[in-house]
Design a protein around this ligand. Sequence first.
Ligand code: NAG
Ligand code: NAG
Ligand code: ZN
Length: 520
Amino acid sequence: MEFSAFSKEAAQNASKYDWKNFQNETVKRLFEKISSLGFSAVNDTEKLRLISNLEASLTNMYSTGKVCNIPGESTCLELEPGFKDTGEYWRSWYEVPTFESDVRNLYNELSELYQHLHYYVRQKLRNKYNADVFPATGHLPAHLLGNMWAQQWNNIYDLVIPYPSAGRVNITKAMLDKGYNITYMYQVAEDFFKSIGLQPMPERFWTESMLEKPADRDVVCHASAWDFYNKQDFRIKQCTSITEDQLMTVHHEMGHVIYFLEYMNQPIIFRRGANPGFHEGMADIVTLSFQTPEHLFKLGLVDSVPGPNDTDADINFLLRMALEKVAFLPFGYLIDQWRWSVFKGETTPNKYNQKWWELRCEIQGISPPVNLYRDEEYFDPGAKYHIPGNTPYIRYFVSYILQFMWHKSLCDVAGHTGPLHRCDIYQNRAAGEKLREMLQLGSSKHWSEALFTVTGSRTMSAAPLIEYFQPLLQWLKKQNGNADVSWNKACPQNEPPSSAAIIKISVSLTFISLIFVFLF
Ligand SMILES: *[C@@H]1O[C@H](CO)[C@@H](O)[C@H](O)[C@H]1NC(C)=O
Ligand SMILES: *[C@@H]1O[C@H](CO)[C@@H](O)[C@H](O)[C@H]1NC(C)=O
Ligand SMILES: [Zn+2]
């Protein structure tokens, strides 16, 4: 209404001039536009108000309108879908509007377990190294955990093993003693999948895959699995060596291929995981069975299975699994916390490194490995492949939640009794059939439906992971006594070197304070 009144006044003023006979074309054009009033020319203010209100409410209806009740869609769709930033696009693959808060809630449920593991490992390492190199803030220096990114800590298992006398057999050595070769490692993995009724690797898998590092050329050795989308050609590329770790990776990559094979009859668009976490979770699922003493015994890689009352061996086993699986949770969670915040523009380029360490210190309880002030001269996030590689990361966190949910449900189907961490679904066709039902869907249904086929639940839950590690959590609580197992949110304060401090201060202070600094 105000705009209309203003336009009318301007048009009236313009009419005082004989602008139609102006010589300057630009000024003439200006007057022409000022005089052309459209709706504003309406003199009846009631009518004018009606027009304005109608226009506003129609615009509002359009912009907030949603299309609902679409078959196969659990949410309503907007008329003009679009993403505010790349993070929103990446999160859209999970097809739930609450995804961000869902993963935060899952992480919060798991943090007690992580904190107790963190505190236990810190005490062990303090006993091993000089205690005063550990920051008083309760953080763990990142370089002591046996991994470039401090993301999985299984490499320091021997430094933190709870019961050294009940130590675990060296599986790599057992593999070499049994004459394992590379082909055989893939046959062992294939045998597991076949034993639960899933498909064998097709003929061409064996002839076309690159399972060994070629001698005649440089290759990318990072293990990967490939679907050529022609229903015949599926391959793994891996520079396999004969170690326990690599045997797990063989199972992981073959798990991806099994998923490819099971959904290959879907239309191309649906030939992918139900969400990105599904593929990684599926790839890991067999490794949970495989690593049980029961299974390693069946393969002849260990001589005996710990008895039901051998809690020492059980705790050793669970702690080793926790160094791999539980230690990873905060890391898997925080990488995209950083990236989403960057994509949203909340973290600006002059705060990239600061934000990175805020998350590492707060969520992971890790402090920088060197006693340096990690300012913006450094770009520490760039040291993790997925950041420069632009690969979304929350899928790995999601996959850890899913693999324990599936493991529990499949163990129930298999009729497993006893603790979850001792379940091996090897040779159980009923479990395999259940899994297959989910895999065959590909992404043709919302992931909550795919999840439902195996677990009977449509939402993600941290409970099975917590159940799996429950005996360890009880044990850790006992070890940690009544100690406060948390750490400070903020990083330990490493004072910047004094000359740098003066430069920093001088940049940010006014001229008068600058003189003040030099005077003193
Ligand atoms: C690999 O190991 C398997 C099982 O021990 C054996 O049958 C096969 O001959 C071996 N292959 C090679 C190339 O050594
Ligand atoms: C394990 O311990 C329980 C209770 O402590 C006992 O009843 C059972 O006989 C033990 N089993 C074995 C195999 O030693
Ligand atoms: Zn993978």
